[in-house]
Ligand binder design. Structure first.
Ligand SMILES: *Cc1c(COP(=O)(O)O)cnc(C)c1O
Length: 222
């Protein structure tokens, strides 16, 4: 890419509503490049591996107002580390994991921001709740008082056309609205984590509140 990272950030920032939170997905990106994105105004960074994130977070400790977002598949044996290193976890994809996070959050004295990952269409390559499973689990999730259940996260399956992608995002937004209107005492459901480099404009049209952008900011990953 010939443009600088700050040029790419300001171009994208100006093309999406200011209310949409731009999360820079910095997996595989070295700390010094994260530092230049920070200098260009980014405060939200997304990582998908606990170990890799830990070493970069150590190098970037002086940038104390970064919010770190975990976006990868979270194995239960890494749940404690995830809570120690990340303020947001976007990829909580089953009830057992949610229960474990709730339990560990109490022990650690943290109240993490959580998105529940949903699968709107069948996708053997992704984890996440199906819609009926999620609706059935809500009464239990509502009891996880140490988690701040902020919203839903989704990733459309590969190979969809634009209308089909819009449909996945729009269905996710409607699902969040349905859940919000059920007035759970501990489920907030104000956020949507939808949209990556290839489809974030569609996600914005469908009303997302957070986009997770890697390639379009940092270039192709190795
Ligand atoms: C890697 C990744 C992204 C960023 O993908 P790009 O296509 O590079 O923007 C977003 N979300 C998740 C869950 C990812 O794993």
């Amino acid at each position: 890419m010939s443009s600088s990272i700050s040029e790419r950030i300001s171009k994208i920032r100006s093309s999406i509503p200011s209310s949409v939170r731009l999360i820079a997905v910095s997996k595989t990106i070295p700390a010094e490049i994260i530092r230049s994105a920070y200098a260009a105004g980014i405060r939200d960074f997304g990582e998908s591996r606990i170990q890799e994130a830990a070493s970069k977070q150590a190098e970037l400790q002086d940038l104390s107002d970064i919010t770190w977002h975990f976006i990868g598949h979270l194995q239960s044996n890494k749940a404690k580390k995830a809570l120690e290193q990340f303020q947001w976890i976007h990829s909580v994809d089953n009830l057992q994991l949610a229960e474990r996070l709730n339990h560990l959050a109490l022990q650690l004295g943290v109240n993490p921001q959580i998105c529940l990952q949903v699968k709107i269409l069948p996708d053997p390559n992704k984890s996440g709740w199906t819609v009926p499973q999620l609706l059935a689990d809500l009464p239990v999730i509502n009891q996880y008082k140490n988690l701040q259940i902020q919203g839903l996260m989704t990733i459309p399956p590969l190979g969809l056309d634009e209308a089909e992608i819009f449909n996945v995002f729009n269905t996710t937004r409607n699902l969040a609205k349905t859940i919000r209107e059920q007035d759970w005492s501990h489920i907030k459901m104000q956020h949507l984590s939808m949209g990556m480099s290839g489809d974030y404009q569609i996600a914005v049209q469908a009303g997302t509140t957070m986009v997770r952008l890697g390639t379009i900011l940092f270039g192709d990953r190795p």
